[in-house]
Design a binder for this molecule. Structure first.
Ligand code: THG
Length: 294
């Protein structure tokens, strides 16, 4: 069995530890115009109100890290990403996960970030490895590595493991601590391939067994195109936590998902005396009582 490695990321004032010994770390997904049309429209108009609200709401709902993506077609991504990050940092102090495929935007973001950032992402393509890994090293960041390469997304868990191994090898060659590499097995939609969930779960197990490192996933992709997505997402996320997922990129405002994560942590023995479970229950009860009074 590989050791159980710990990733530490931080903002100017907060530190977050990601490991299989501690609670699941939710990376809030919502500040993303690629996945969400309302955010796209707002950013196009230069309106950052929704960014502020999504930041505050996700942290209140349990996000320990916020993913920030400013991929607006035609926009000046380096400038826009910095502006979105500034906006988020004005209203919360959680560490950020910088979500961009644009190396210039990534570098601008890292320059203006105070703390140890999480970079989302690198992948096994030569172009990506060469552009992103030196920045991970230079800015002493952590990085999410996607299990895809120049040949696309492998269809078997073993081949995805091989891509993970390549990313880890290239990172460690540059002097990046293996604990600062988080692998994303890629949760594709089961609407297109009913094996997609199983492949992501199996890849998670293989990567954890081999390297003992942390695992992230865009865990709500899995149900895209399916009805009643929250039930699929909450079930999948609990199964993935058992397999080794430690820092899902997901939406904590979906109660089923937030509750499933707490229950999974309790079942994994990561919630001493069930304190976090009970606290969350009390918070829900209070909110339900307050809602009834209105
Ligand atoms: N892995 C990594 N990073 C990622 C992903 C991943 N970043 C982006 C994405 N995938 C995860 N983030 C989001 C953000 C928002 C939404 C989904 C995933 C979202 N989608 C709405 C939906 O699914 O219904 C879209 C609806 C709309 O258009 O508003 O909100 O896999 N490392």
């Amino acid at each position: 069995m590989a050791p159980n490695l710990k990733t530490v990321v931080s903002s100017a004032t907060r530190t977050v530890e990601i490991s299989r010994d501690g609670p699941t770390v939710i990376i809030g997904e919502r500040i993303n115009p690629t996945g969400r049309k309302v955010v796209l429209q707002a950013l196009k108009e230069g309106n950052f109100d929704i960014v502020r609200k999504d930041a505050i709401d996700q942290v209140a709902a349990g996000a320990a890290i916020l993913d920030v993506n400013a991929g607006v077609p035609g926009a000046d991504e380096p400038a826009l990403l910095q502006q979105v990050m500034r906006t988020v940092m004005e209203v919360t102090d959680v560490p950020l996960c910088i979500d961009t495929a644009n190396p210039a935007a990534l570098e601008a973001a890292l320059k203006s970030y105070n703390g140890k950032a999480l970079i989302n992402s690198v992948n096994g393509e030569e172009r990506s490895l060469n552009a992103v890994l030196p920045l991970v090293k230079e800015y002493n960041a952590a990085v999410i590595g996607l299990c895809m390469d120049d040949n696309g997304i492998p269809e078997t868990p073993e081949k995805r493991l091989a891509v993970a191994a390549k990313i880890i090898e290239r990172a460690t060659k540059l002097g990046i601590d293996v604990a600062d590499v988080i692998i994303d097995p890629l949760a594709l939609t089961m609407g297109a391939d009913s094996k997609a969930g199983w492949i992501a779960l199996q890849t998670t197990e293989l990567v954890v067994q081999e390297f003992g490192i942390n695992i992230s996933m865009g865990a709500s992709n899995i149900s895209f195109g399916m009805p009643d997505r929250r039930y699929i997402n909450s079930t999948f996320i609990a199964m993935a936590i058992h397999a080794g997922l430690t820092c899902p990129i997901t939406n904590p405002l979906v109660p089923e998902v937030a509750i499933a994560i707490l229950a999974a942590d309790l079942c994994m023995g990561r919630d001493d005396y069930g304190m976090r479970w009970i606290q969350a229950y009390r918070k829900r009860s209070k909110e339900a009582a307050a809602a009834q009074q209105q």
